[in-house]
Design a protein around this ligand. Structure first.
Ligand code: SF4
Length: 263
């Protein structure tokens, strides 16, 4: 099967620096069609992209991993995307309930090693189970979040899912995010107004205090502040040496070889 590497995407990524999120979403749909999905944890960035997908009327499946210990507000936000934006939301589940996992392995999230196992089991594996169903995943990482995300590529390969990630908001600033949310009255997870700058499982996420880094509320009981769950490959590893395998016609469309695709 033909391969696509991160370095193959270098000039395309440079060209895409000037593209708006709307243009990137339209490009992703044009390239991948029904084999495109959007992965979100129902934070503000996710509901902003959901609104853009609705606005563009793109038939994109929205993927949500329900770890079994999400906040009720997060589940209600997911349900609002279905009832108010009429989006097709597909919820993925881990194999074991949290109770079953705890009976078998104890409370994993209390140690760094256990957290890695728990996140892998409850977040990464449910997604990996559907590897092969999609060639493209829209993501909502932003460089403005700092840390490892400060260098988020717009297009990045996802070896585990054998797919291309399209980070449509990579260049969206905090101000642009707020302005879009306000202007379009976007559905927002109510936890954001309770001091949660980022939102994950209810076991491992707290609000942040004024002056704390945005990710200080994630795995606060473990520290340090810069931990990630691993569901986004560019958060935890460099993808420079990796490749994905896609049909040649899909690679040609991505690289604009057959169609000199211009927005
Ligand atoms: S965030 Fe916490 S509870 Fe959720 S999967 Fe990771 S370790 Fe487990």
């Amino acid at each position: 099967m033909p391969r696509l590497t991160q370095s193959d995407l270098k000039s395309l990524n440079q060209n895409f620096e000037e593209r708006t999120p709307f243009e990137l979403l339209q490009w992703a749909h044009q390239i991948f069609g029904e084999r495109l999905a959007f992965l979100t944890a129902m934070q503000k960035t996710g509901t902003v992209i959901s609104h853009m997908i609705k606005h563009l009327n793109l038939p994109v499946t929205v993927l949500f991993v329900d770890t079994g210990v999400n906040f009720q507000e997060t589940l209600e936000t997911r349900d609002r995307l279905v009832s108010e934006y009429r989006l097709n939301v597909r919820t993925l589940h881990p194999e074991l309930t949290m109770r079953e996992q705890t009976e078998k392995h104890g409370i994993l999230y209390l140690t760094p090693e256990g957290q890695a196992t728990c996140c892998h089991t409850r977040k990464v594996e449910p997604l990996r189970k559907i590897a092969g169903e999609y060639d493209g995943f829209i993501g909502s990482l932003r460089r403005a979040e700092g840390g490892r995300r400060g260098k988020t590529p717009i297009l990045s390969i996802d070896k585990e899912m054998n797919a291309l990630r399209v980070n449509a908001l990579a260049n969206f600033s905090d101000e642009e995010l707020e302005a879009y949310t306000e202007e379009h009255n976007v559905i927002v997870n109510p936890l954001h107004s309770q001091g949660f700058t980022t939102i994950g499982c209810n076991r491992c996420t707290t609000p942040v205090m004024p002056g704390e880094p945005p990710r200080a509320g994630r795995w606060r009981h473990l520290g340090p502040w810069s931990m990630y769950c691993g569901i986004n490959p560019t958060d935890v590893a460099d993808t420079d040496q990796e490749y994905i395998e896609l049909p040649q016609d899909v690679i040609d469309r991505v690289l604009g070889i057959e169609n000199d695709f211009m927005i």
